[in-house]
Design a protein around this ligand. Structure first.
Ligand SMILES: Nc1ncnc2c1ncn2[C@@H]1O[C@H](COP(=O)(O)OP(=O)(O)OP(=O)(O)O)[C@@H](O)[C@H]1O
Ligand SMILES: [Mg+2]
Length: 391
């Protein structure tokens, strides 16, 4: 903390009383100076402090309320943590951290590297910016960026640790990585589909020519099967390489479109009850209508197929934080936790007659429209697909 010591000099003061004596600047500095001597500290001279009118910049408050988390360590133990650090770790009482080893709050994978870095910082060497994971009081893991620096106080060499929460950034990076993975798999699949579809179309043409000359009962079956194969490949091509530029962006009133989509499943609805919980019904989104409708069709189809016998599907529609949210919940058989990460991968299916392209189309379309999709599922209980699209 910087305070005026005399007309010419400014001193940097480290003392608890500073905080309690924020009244009269001038008098209180002298008091602090005396207090420091009693405590055995020396005031550091500062040549160019920041001043605002009559006051100097209060560095103690700056650190205390800094948006970055700030820890001071002595022998690897925490002797100071600011408010942001306290909140970052979800702590309730200072005793949970003061006097504890800093390692305790790091994921075990990083104990070794932080120990090394601390040692070199205490020797006065510079530290690198490190990405690590910390463990909050409630056990949740968070991604953080950590920077260490030496902190000298009298004869003591302490370490200051500045921590920044990067969980959100990491999440976005992982999402982008998955998207890239998905799009490269998609491109590969599209390439193969294209190569296979052309000869199949040629074979179909020749079989149709043969049909005219030869009256054999196998020929129509061959044409039907070839048609199925070509249809599948066309589907794959459309999903893997959607021709987004061909379809214009239009306003889509999702509530009424969802009503029409439900209607398409009429013949299945004798066993499945559909609940509609629609609010903010006047909201609209913008996008490629056919792709969006196909995505919701695929989600509803999956929900119905997941229900053996009788069951329920709930469709929620609401507006929150500039996004239209749609939740499609079913009381179907659910998805095992080990399979959740495979959802959206082309050709992943657990159905005898499934192709495994439905969710690939859903994920691609929602992401292409700047939206998010989140799946929650409990085996034997049901699944919720939560979609958010910019309104
Ligand atoms: N609501 C759901 N409940 C349970 N499992 C689901 C649900 N939605 C998707 N799945 C699982 O995800 C897999 C992949 O779904 P996806 O829609 O991509 O392909 P599919 O339905 O098997 O075939 P298709 O390409 O014909 O849609 C399904 O086979 C199923 O195991
Ligand atoms: Mg499907």
């Amino acid at each position: 903390m910087l305070r005026k010591f005399s007309d010419q000099e400014l001193v940097e003061v480290y003392s608890k009383c500073i905080q309690e004596n924020l009244g009269d600047d001038f008098r209180f500095i002298l008091e602090n100076e005396l207090e420091q001597r009693k405590l055995g500290f020396t005031a550091h001279k500062e040549l160019n402090p920041l001043t605002f009118g009559k006051s100097n910049l209060d560095f103690y408050q700056l650190v205390k309320y800094s948006l970055d988390s700030y820890f001071v360590l002595q022998d690897h133990k925490v002797i100071y943590v600011n408010q942001a650090g306290f909140d970052l770790l979800g702590l309730q009482y200072p005793e949970q951290i003061i006097g504890e080893l800093f390692h305790r709050f790091l994921h075990p994978d990083y104990h070794y590297s932080i120990g090394n870095q601390l040692e070199s910082v205490l020797r006065g060497e510079a530290s690198e910016l490190m990405e690590q994971r910390m463990v909050r009081a409630d056990g949740e893991l968070i991604d953080v960026e950590v920077m260490l620096a030496p902190y000298h106080m009298e004869q003591q060499r302490l370490a200051q640790v500045i921590v920044r929460n990067i969980t959100q950034r990491k999440l976005t990076e992982r999402r982008l990585h998955n998207l890239e993975k998905l799009s490269s798999i998609g491109q590969m699949a599209a390439g193969i589909a294209h190569e296979v579809r052309n000869p199949l179309t040629a074979v179909k043409g020749f079989v149709q020519l043969l049909e005219k000359e030869l009256n054999h009962s196998y020929l129509p079956v061959i044409v039907d099967e070839l048609d199925n194969a070509i249809k599948t490949l066309n589907n794959l091509l459309q999903v893997a390489k959607p021709d987004l530029n061909n379809e214009p962006d239009v306003s889509i009133h999702l509530c009424s479109e969802l009503e029409s989509l439900i209607f398409l499943f009429q013949e299945k609805l004798y066993k499945v009850t559909v609940h509609k919980l629609f609010s903010d019904t006047d909201r609209e989104i913008r996008g490629k209508k056919n792709l969006i409708l196909k995505a919701f069709f695929n989600l509803l189809k999956n929900a119905i197929e997941a229900i053996d016998g009788k069951g329920e599907i709930t469709i929620e529609h609401f507006f929150k934080n500039d996004m239209v949210h749609i939740k499609i919940s079913d009381t179907g058989k659910g998805i095992p936790a080990s399979k959740i990460r495979l959802l959206g991968t082309p050709f992943f299916t657990t159905k005898d007659d499934g192709i495994g392209m439905g969710l690939t189309q859903v994920f691609t379309t929602i992401h292409e429209h700047g939206g998010h999709i989140h799946v929650e599922s409990h085996e034997g209980k049901g699944t919720v697909f939560h979609i958010q699209l910019p309104a």
